[in-house]
Design a protein around this ligand. Sequence first.
Ligand code: ARG
Length: 545
Amino acid sequence: MSSLPSQLSSRIEAVTGIDPELRPATKPQFGHFQSNVALRLAKSEGRPPREVAASIVERLDLADLCEPPEIAGPGFLNLRLKSSVLASWVTDQLAAPGAGIEPAETSQVVVIDYSAPNVAKQMHVGHLRGTIIGDCLHRVLAAVGHRVIPQNHVGDWGTQFGMLVEQILEDQIDVSGLDLAAAEELYKRANAHFKADPEFATAARQRVVALQSGDPETRATWRQLIEVSLVGFNAAYARLGVLLTDDDLAGESIYNDDLAPLVAELQASGTAVVDDGALCVFIEGFNSPMIIRKSDGGFGYATTDLAAVRHRVRDLHADRIIYVVGSPQSFHFEQVFAASRKAGFLPDGVSAEHVAYGQILGPDGRRFSTREGSAVPLTSLLDAAEEQAAPPVALAAIKYADLSTGINKDYVFDVDRMVQTTGNTGPYLQYAHARMAQVLRRAEAEGLTGRALVTVLEEPAEQQLALLLSRFGETVAGVAQDLQPHKLCTYLYELAGALSVFYEQCPVLKSEGEVRDSRLALCAATKKVLAAGLDLLGIAAPDRM
Ligand code: ARG
């Protein structure tokens, strides 16, 4: 099912020779789609735009798809689809497995780096966003036919593990008995100890060396810390209903053995040079170099990220790499991408994008923190929402609030608003879906199963609903391209709005014959698109609420 606007576009382009850049009409009286192609051609040809528009219309053959095109204002082309075309489109959509989602022209290998919590720390509000947004992009990209490889770049390596392991061994703690909250307490204790006691600090530093060189006792304790952390992470993933599994784990530690050869490569190619004892990559346009190896010989977060880019391109064959990480790391990723290009790890044909998300703010509009001043753990947000609504609704509330705000923006965590079943919320969309399920149940109980064909679209409310349904595929394709899930949210909200106008103005069960059949099919198609859209957001679509 090639989308209706793309069918129209290619027909117009055959006449104009340039992309008509078809846009949804800004007002209903302008029809369904508008193009300014005549204005653009007029400029280059030096002719009056309305004249150009008239000659385009003369040569254009859209009679099977559209009402006769209209020329408006200075020379815009206004197109209105025939209602029979819309009707058969929606009928096809109702029968199609993908509800109108079209496969991308070329299927890519897309690596998505998301969630990435840190070992021995609870997932906090920031990781909530990364996990929800990453999960949505994963679903959308897979739905349009790309091969998605999720990479959970867990923070499981670095100097902090020296002090953690040292503290555990000193106190003879049984790590397997800890939960994530207790591990975080331990982390705080080890950190304070490290700062207060120079002898402990020295032992902790030696522990880092032991960890890196593979000392069995150190490694075993470190492993146990990872195990207990994973139990906590997986509990959070299960509760959130996201697609991540243990197969997607690709923590910082997996790159440990790559670092030395990577550094050798960078030095051999002259990409990295020693400056003041540290090995650095200088990149044009950046004030400070990227440090590959500190003067004490240690590798940092950035070096690991270079190794990750290299692995994703060389071994995973990524065409596109997407990083769903908070906006404070924007500079880091700009540098990583630039250094990777310079080093040849990231060839021109492979794109790397940082989907930088904003913060979740507390009710006071400031950074969301606990009374003690630390970041709010993810579980307490879920608990707060579940105090107001059943788990699937609470989850819908949280995810939708997160995805419907532009990703780069901060937003206030306002549970009372999020769980409302009116307004632009997740529960409102679930409710619209459940309402359609109920209509279809009633129809079935009355023996009115219909023929699943949309044949009559006479009322403006029916037409508007059908037009929006036909735009589902384009909307999903747009999100796969631009990585902006809020556009799918806006679409679904508009669809639910059009549904509600339709439902108010067009009786379904109380109408008769072909009209009733057609309206039932329209309800079924809307239910299907709402369910498919919610699924892409990672939100359940219950049949009853
Ligand atoms: N663990 C990091 C954090 O919590 C996020 C890692 C993001 N991914 C990456 N490849 N650096 O901030």
